[in-house]
Each structure stands twice: as C-alpha cells, then as structure tokens.
Design a binder for this molecule. Structure first.
Ligand SMILES: Nc1ncnc2c1ncn2[C@@H]1O[C@H](COP(=O)(O)OP(=O)(O)OP(=O)(O)O)[C@@H](O)[C@H]1O
Ligand SMILES: [Mg+2]
Length: 207
C-alpha cells in the first residue's frame, strides 16, 4: 500500500451584496478549476448541509435578534465545516463557498451592529484556524445591486432592508478586504459580465 499524503485542497469564498454577481460566476469558476483536474465542491452559506439549509430558511425569513442571527449562522457553519468543508479540503478538493464568515462580519456586525469581538470569539470556536485561502469580493454600488435583484421571487428579510443598510454592508465588506489583503480580491463588478469574467478567471488562475 502506498502511503502518499494527499495535498490539502483550497478554500475559496465569494462575497458581496445581493445582486453583485456571485452566483453568476460560479459555473465558470468551477469549469476553470476542473480543467486542472481538481475535485470541486460548490456550496453556500447559510446552508450547505441539510440542517444548515433548514437554518437558512429560518435566518432568511424569520425576524430575530441580530445576536440570535449570528449564533444560528455559526451553528450552521459548524455543521458545514464538519460535514462538508473540512472533509473536502482533507481529500484534496477545492471548496467554493457562496458566502462565509466575512458575510457575518458585514451583515451582522457592519449593518446590524453586533459587536465584532463576539463574532471573533465564535469564529475562533467554530473555525479554529480555518480561513479561506482566497476571497473574491464582488463590489458594486448599492443602487446597481438593487437593480440587479431578481424580480421573479419574493425578496428575503435581508433584501427588504433599506439603502442605508446596504451602504453599511458594502463599507463593512470593503473594510474586511482592507484588513485581510492577503486573501481578498476586490472585483469591480459594476462592468459588463464578460469583463468581470476575465478578471475572475485571472484571479482564480493564481490559486
Ligand atoms: N456584470 C453584470 N452586469 C449585468 N448584470 C449582471 C452582472 N453580473 C450579474 N448580473 C445579473 O445580476 C443578477 C444578480 O446576479 P447574481 O444572482 O449572480 O447575484 P448574487 O451576488 O449571487 O446575489 P445574491 O446574493 O442575491 O444571491 C442576475 O440576473 C445576473 O445575471
Ligand atoms: Mg447568489
């Protein structure tokens, strides 16, 4: 029996306002990584597991205290890491997550005022040393993100917030990027799709 140690995979997260273009670029990112023969696990937060998806439904549609929201996010995240993210990374897969902990800092801390030191404690507890290797922040002005929002489904609890909320959210994301320059790539997503795609492909090719 060979005892070849599998090389740990990479963890890539996508962040940004609703309508910024995260989901749009996932298929081409997957396709690009697959050309390298990699196993790709595409997932999302909140969610990614059966329990996580149930928590997602509560989080997106039920009113609750912002700290309750934070705790449920991390409960879902614990499950996600234990059952999906960590096993995949261990077997050498690349994990692509549509949102992760930066979204908690942006939404719950930046936009809703939860103390970031509380989130830091939960982050340490739930993630240990796990951090994304690369984070793509799709940045668009608030009015553009609003315009792009889907009209063929009811907006969720977060999408019904006002412009001030989204402005705080955007700034909180940009601050996170400044604080973590080694893994963050801020993408100007307020340009034609094909232009954004070229930028995304270039960034992905560096990981
Ligand atoms: N660069 C772009 N130019 C024009 N339209 C775009 C661009 N990027 C995405 N869109 C369109 O904007 C809409 C929202 O994009 P998408 O669903 O990818 O956003 P998202 O960031 O995943 O949002 P959410 O957080 O709500 O899931 C889609 O209809 C998509 O086709
Ligand atoms: Mg999306």
């Amino acid at each position: 029996m060979t005892n070849k140690k599998t090389k740990r995979g990479k963890f890539i997260t996508l962040e940004g306002l609703d309508g910024a273009g995260k989901s749009t670029h996932i298929p081409s990112i997957i396709a690009l990584l697959k050309t390298r023969g990699l196993e790709i696990v595409s997932t999302r937060e909140p969610g990614g597991t059966r329990l996580g998806e149930q928590l997602r439904a509560l989080l997106l549609h039920d009113a609750m205290h912002p700290e309750t929201e934070t705790l449920l996010m991390f409960a879902a995240r614990r499950e996600h890491i234990a059952n999906v993210i960590e096993p995949a990374l261990k077997r050498g897969a690349y994990v692509l997550s549509d949102r992760f902990t930066d979204a908690t800092y942006a939404y719950q801390c930046g936009a809703k005022g939860v103390a970031s030191n509380k989130v830091k404690q939960l982050e340490k507890w739930v993630q240990g040393d796990l951090q994304p290797d690369m984070t793509l922040l799709f940045d668009v002005p608030v009015e553009i993100s609003r315009k792009r929002l889907s009209t063929d489904r009811e907006p969720d609890k977060f999408e019904r917030e006002g412009a001030k909320f989204f402005e705080k959210l955007r700034q909180a994301y940009l601050t996170r990027a400044k604080e973590n320059p080694a893994r963050f790539h801020v993408i100007d997503a307020n340009q034609a799709l094909d232009k954004v795609k070229v930028i995304v492909d270039k960034i992905i090719s560096t990981i």
